[in-house]
Design a protein around this ligand. Structure first.
Ligand code: HEM
Length: 299
């Protein structure tokens, strides 16, 4: 992870040195998480860009979407499905050290009870969940660090970095609302006159839960010193995010390297934001380097 971050920062360093405004979301946060999950799942580099395009189109399938957007989302969702079918058959023929090969072997062995549809669904959510939310979270962290220079002191040691990462996840959860709909299997009395009827659909509004004043004192203040137990950014229970540790590792490594390497990095313009209802995600993060001398030299 350290090497990968340093390599990506080398690429943007040259452009920043030339006085260019760089989109750090696309050029760094997203590039990092796409490369990480791409290697992990086993998507070859040359296929990643079109799978990212398809993922963004598919994710626009939300309740408020127009019929054209929904049709496009369907089309791209099918593209991802057929790409994964092709990848699985390739890995059956020529296994490699990646997750798709692991699942392909499970399907071939027939030892575990898992169907090809289940493997496709799992790879789908790993691919999309793997880069989308993690890149947003890295960019949220960078925005905090650039908006208040005093916060950079949190990048000095592992414990402080981890507190900063946790508070970024609480304050700016990449997923504002749980995408998977739960169905109540019995009536549940939530108190205060609220009765959840059996059969009704339930979503958790993570963004609101993370700012619940009964859980977090002064919840609208970004404070890495706070006790962050109770944060719901990675969900809870059986569907708790399996990528939570990987996401935390990426955030910690990325944020620390960005601050150490570019002390003079500054926001050049407000980000543009994703229109998706369920996500709090920058689509761009324009930055510039204030002075070239501000750039630490890394061997
Ligand atoms: C900061 C980054 C991330 C955030 C905020 C995040 C958030 C979440 C949340 C809230 C859920 C639960 C959804 C629900 O209960 O309905 C979830 C599930 C999931 N996430 Fe993440 N995630 C992140 C990174 C990742 C990464 C890096 C991966 C893969 C490498 C990943 C893979 C998954 C998968 C496969 C599920 C579905 C688990 C299941 O249904 O059992 N996520 N994520």
């Amino acid at each position: 992870m350290e090497r990968r971050c340093a390599g990506l920062l080398n690429d943007v360093a040259a452009r920043l040195r030339d006085g260019e405004e760089v989109d750090f979301h696309r050029g760094f946060s997203e590039a990092l998480t796409i490369a990480t999950v791409g290697d992990f799942v086993g998507v070859p580099e040359e296929d990643r860009a079109r799978l990212v395009t398809s993922a963004y189109a598919a994710l626009r399938a939300a309740p408020e979407a127009s019929s054209e957007t929904l049709a496009l989302a369907d089309e791209h969702s099918k593209k991802i499905d057929s790409y994964l079918v092709h990848l699985i058959s390739q890995r059956k023929a020529e296994p490699r050290d990646d997750l798709t090969s692991f699942f392909a072997r499970m399907l071939d062995d027939g030892i575990e009870e898992i169907s090809e549809d289940e493997v496709i669904a799992t790879l789908w959510i790993l691919w999309v969940g793997g880069f989308h939310n993690a890149s947003a979270s890295i960019s949220h962290g960078i925005r905090h660090l650039l908006s208040d220079r005093g916060l950079r002191r949190w990048m000095t040691d592992d414990v402080s970095v981890s507190s900063f990462v946790n508070e970024t996840l609480r304050y700016n959860p990449a997923l504002l609302i749980t995408p998977l709909l739960r169905i109540a299997v019995r009536d549940v009395d939530l108190g205060e006159g609220i009765m959840l009827r059996s059969g009704s659909g339930v979503r958790v509004v993570i963004g609101a839960a993370n700012r619940d004043p009964e859980m977090f004192t002064a919840p609208d203040i970004f404070d890495p010193t706070r006790d962050n137990r109770g944060v719901l950014s990675f969900g809870l229970g059986p569907n708790f995010c399996p990528g939570a540790s990987l996401a935390r590792l990426q955030m910690a490594t990325a944020l620390r390297q960005v601050v150490n390497r570019f002390p003079g990095l500054a926001v050049a313009a407000e980000p543009t934001w994703s229109p998706l209802l369920f996500n709090h995600q920058p689509l761009t993060l324009p930055v510039v380097l204030r002075e070239e001398s501000d750039m630490a030299v890394i061997a």
